[in-house]
Write a protein that binds this ligand. Structure first.
Ligand SMILES: [Zn+2]
Length: 130
């Protein structure tokens, strides 16, 4: 028997998003026996990690897409570079790619660049863990 688990990411209400279906886990099982009953610990950890990765990837993507336009003129802000930020969670440590963008030139700014994801996640530990 082959069993697969899919995560379905439903689109926001806008028309640009599409439903995303990702297979996050698959397992093959032979005849029922004590060592084939249910999930093994490592399989459960893999399943959790894959679901976590899918959720985080889509949360980050959605949050960054919502901020790419300059709030004053609507122009897309340009990407300068990126570096990972480390988030500690109950389910392990996450390394999330955090872009750095150039500020739009339409307004005076105190800095030339900013990191929107780092600003949205000022703590590097989730409340559940702390
Ligand atoms: Zn602007």
């Amino acid at each position: 028997m082959k069993l697969t688990v899919h995560v379905i990411v439903h689109p926001e209400d806008d028309v640009e998003s599409a439903t995303v279906v990702r297979e996050v886990f698959a397992v093959d099982r032979d005849a029922l026996a004590t060592d084939t009953l249910g999930l093994h610990l490592c399989e459960a950890q893999d399943l959790l990690a894959a679901v976590q990765d899918t959720v985080v990837t889509h949360q980050v993507s959605t949050a960054l897409s919502a901020q790419v336009a300059c709030p004053h003129c609507g122009a897309a802000r340009r990407h300068k570079d990126s570096r990972p930020i480390v988030m500690r969670t109950l389910f392990g440590t996450l390394r999330v790619d955090s872009p750095r963008w150039w500020h739009c030139g339409c307004q005076p700014q105190t800095t030339t660049t900013f990191s929107p994801l780092a600003a949205m996640l000022p703590q590097r530990i989730t409340p559940e863990l702390s």
